[in-house]
Ligand binder design. Structure first.
Ligand code: UDP
Length: 340
């Protein structure tokens, strides 16, 4: 059995990926410093899988905290989620973002190389494309200069990984560029748990439906899109988690050194903010209080993925219908709020 270390495994995408990995027959070890997560999702993973997963409260910037994990487990691969991810916060605290997101990757790679290398799946983001001139974006669409320190850390991390595989034959890398992950596990035992006011659309919607927020603000209705609201590619978090399993399989099957591949992970379908809001209402038989406000600074008008490379090379594609995804998102919110 291959053992995979999931950094940031107590978080939203990390916990869903832990479940998919276990179902695919992998051994899982989780490291998380719990800076933006608590143990709720770890307990959920345990309930869903029936497994006691080794957990380390560890900061990936700290070699002394990573080394015991590699001493106590044979680690064949690492899925590196652990990072700060709030765009606005990164503008206010750029040094904190550069320190954490870059140092954690470098430290992790150093520890891996010292321990014989292995496979790395890295969480990147569609943010590296900025507002692309042509849609949908392929992996060859040039990256745009980052508009935030957060986006810049993703670009720099991609570059660090590309350089690392050239120098260390023992390391293989797959970079996944996530579009907009939404939804929750169908068990409603794990899902997104934003701290404070959610930045992302779907948690804001579910919290509004739950009465935690007064009303949803729709940021901008004068974009050059069919209904004037911005277009994104919303990918079910369980489908996204499955892409990490496919990425590991890809590296296991690739027998030459120097692998560093990049894949878009989305549905390939654009959806407007208004369409998503309406769909959420219909699927869950409720009505959301919302108001159209001005555009949010830094938002792009439209971005969605061409996923044909992942479809072909990873044999992966998004499967879950949006209706199911939005029903799961609401079931999770109800579960954590105790709403029947
Ligand atoms: N959005 C919105 N209201 C919110 C949060 C987001 O209208 O409370 C819009 C946002 O302007 C963007 C889309 O929803 O067009 C997705 O935003 P999100 O923050 O979820 O992801 P992003 O694409 O910015 O990474």
């Amino acid at each position: 059995m291959k053992n995979i270390l999931i950094t940031g495994g107590a978080g939203y995408i990390g916990s869903h990926t832990a479940v998919e990995l276990i179902h695919a027959g992998y051994g899982v070890v989780i490291a998380d410093n719990l800076s933006n997560a608590d143990t709720t999702c770890l307990e959920g993973v345990k309930k869903i899988t029936g497994r006691d997963i080794p957990f380390y409260k560890a900061d990936c910037c700290r070699k002394d905290q990573l080394l015991p994990i590699f001493r106590e487990h044979r680690i064949d691969g690492v899925i590196h989620f652990a990072a700060f991810k709030a765009v606005g916060e990164s503008v206010e605290k750029p040094l904190m973002y550069y320190h954490n997101n870059l140092l954690s990757l470098v430290t992790l790679l150093e520890v891996m190389v010292e321990n014989g290398g292995g496979h790395v799946v890295f969480s990147s983001s569609a943010t590296v494309y900025g507002q692309p001139p042509v849609l949908p974006v392929t992996e060859d669409t040039p990256r745009m200069p980052a508009t935030s320190p957060y986006g810049n850390t993703k670009q720099i991390c991609e570059d660090i990984l590309a350089d690392a595989v050239k120098a260390y034959a023992s390391v293989k890398v797959v970079i996944l560029r996530y579009f907009n992950p939404i939804g929750a596990h169908p068990s409603a035992l794990i899902g997104e748990l934003p701290r404070g006011i959610p930045n992302n659309l779907v948690p804001f919607i579910t919290q509004t439906a739950a009465g935690v927020r007064k009303e949803l603000h729709i940021f901008g209705s004068n974009y050059n899109t069919p209904d004037g609201t911005a277009l994104r590619d919303y990918i079910d978090v369980v489908d996204l988690a499955a892409a990490h399993v496919s990425a590991l399989k890809r590296m296991e099957a690739y027998d030459k050194p120097g692998l560093c591949e990049v894949f878009n992970v989305g549905t390939g379908k654009p959806l407007s903010v208004m369409e998503l809001v309406k769909k959420f209402e219909t699927v869950n038989h409720l009505s959301l209080k919302y108001r159209i406000t001005g555009r949010r600074e830094g938002d792009v008008e439209a971005v969605w993925a061409d996923t044909s490379l992942a479809n072909r090379v990873l044999s992966w594609k998004a499967r879950r219908p949006l209706e199911e995804t939005l029903a799961n998102a609401w079931a999770w919110e109800r579960n954590i709020r105790g709403i029947t």
